[in-house]
Ligand binder design. Structure first.
Ligand SMILES: C[S@@+](CC[C@H](N)C(=O)[O-])C[C@H]1O[C@@H](n2cnc3c(N)ncnc32)[C@H](O)[C@@H]1O
Length: 396
């Protein structure tokens, strides 16, 4: 029996015992067809290393090991992320504190607390796991978040690009809920996982949008094609905090609700190594330049295009958050508070925001503007004043 195969049988024995103690005869029937001699060998190894306790013919998982060190207070560590307000362009829906804790407890109870973890696009969970002492690395493309975390293990990485030479026992991933993003995250997870490694994947629920059932099916097909097997589906177990931009949109639609968004947790195992096709950037993410004013983030389309019409034309925000919104291509400037504008002179806007960020006051900036009409001056002054207040610590 090859070492690798033996290791896989051991993992399966542990997985079977996660649901409770089993007499050895029953265990033989729950190990995915492995021969009883191989299961017995795996069981003996697990008993010797202290992972399983065997008494009176019944096997039980020993109390799960805690992570090796406990360097920090998780809730304190998470506060660092409050300095970076979620922005719709980043699809930044963050797990609720309860979900973060629940996931960490799940990982511990599945005997994965000493595993090598990769967190793909899950910064809040990464911060919590690190504070608990997990051996985890974060891959996340949002530079503002990575910088706020201040941990050498948080790596600013766009997952459309390969993750160089690493292998992990477990991966947790929460991609933007679109099939093209799932493809990227699943491909990377499959590349960096060891054989039989686990992937914990957040998946959009069936009624997220009209195409959600088809999108879920697509996720499953992609996963299978990349060598994953789906072991468990835990519906509606992942709760999300409602970001400021979504609160605004709900308020504008006259809907009062607090935390409402839930995701399904899929547990997958990479049982086969299947190389995926080359990956491409799914949307216009790379085309935005970001400016920060306090915790408020402003994304402006790169470039210097001039358009006919007003310098700043406010767009209705109600439906913008969805990638399906027909208005999205018109948005040139978008704040994390979900204020969105079409911009007449991008070059001018970039210059003004750079200078505002550097500390030049809105009044001075507006006074020094080249010839623009009174309406343009008034709408720019209003935007700049809001951002200036956010920079000083007040909300816009
Ligand atoms: C839906 S959010 C998940 C956040 C997670 N629920 C949490 O609480 O930490 C998606 C995350 O994936 C990141 N992301 C999106 N596309 C990415 C890519 N191509 N490479 C790396 N990260 C990406 C986003 O910046 C965002 O942080």
């Amino acid at each position: 029996m090859g070492l690798l195969y033996q290791d896989r049988v051991r993992r399966q024995v542990v997985a079977a015992l996660e649901h409770g103690a089993l007499c050895v005869c029953d265990l033989f029937a729950k190990t995915q067809g492995a021969f009883p001699q191989d299961v017995k060998q795996a069981l003996d190894d697990l008993v010797t290393e202290g992972t399983v306790v065997l008494a009176n013919g019944t096997a039980t998982l020993a109390a799960p090991a805690r992570p090796s060190a406990c360097p920090g207070d998780p809730s304190l560590a998470l506060r660092a992320l409050d300095r970076v307000e979620p922005h719709p362009v980043d699809y930044d829906w963050r797990f609720s504190p309860g979900t973060i804790e629940w996931l960490a407890t799940e990982f511990v109870s599945r005997h994965l607390s000493r595993a090598r973890w990769a967190c793909l696009g899950t910064p809040t969970l990464f911060v919590h796991l690190r504070a608990l002492g997990f051996d985890a690395v974060l891959y996340e493309r949002n530079r503002s978040i990575v910088e706020a975390i201040r941990d050498g293990r948080a790596i600013c990485q766009d997952l459309t690009l390969p993750v160089p030479g690493r292998s992990f026992d477990a991966v947790v991933a929460d991609p933007p809920w679109y099939a093209d993003y799932y493809k990227i995250f699943l491909s990377r997870a499959s590349e960096i996982l060891v054989d039989d490694g686990f992937l914990f994947l957040a998946v959009l629920p069936r009624l997220t949008r009209p195409s959600a059932c088809a999108d879920r099916l697509d996720v499953q097909r992609t996963a299978l094609a990349l060598g994953f097997e789906i072991c468990e589906v835990r519906p509606a177990t992942l709760a999300y905090d409602t970001p400021a931009f979504e609160k605004r949109s709900l308020e504008n639609a006259g809907v009062a609700c607090k935390q409402w968004r839930r995701g399904d947790l899929f547990v997958l195992q990479r049982v086969w190594n299947e190389a995926g096709a080359p990956l491409v950037q799914p949307d216009d993410y790379g085309l935005w330049q970001e400016y920060a004013f306090g915790s408020v983030r402003v994304k402006v389309r790169r470039g210097s295009v001039k358009k006919k019409g007003a310098l700043l034309m406010r767009l209705p925000e109600a439906t913008l958050v969805s990638r399906r919104s027909p208005l999205r291509p018109d948005v040139d400037l978008w704040t994390s508070q979900n204020d969105a504008y079409r911009v007449g002179d991008l070059d001018l806007l970039h210059r003004v925001l750079r200078e505002l960020q550097a500390g030049i006051s809105p009044q001075q900036l507006v006074d020094e503007l080249p010839t623009v009409n009174d309406d343009d001056q008034a709408s720019l002054a209003c935007l700049l004043l809001n951002l200036w207040n956010a920079r000083l610590g007040g909300q816009p």
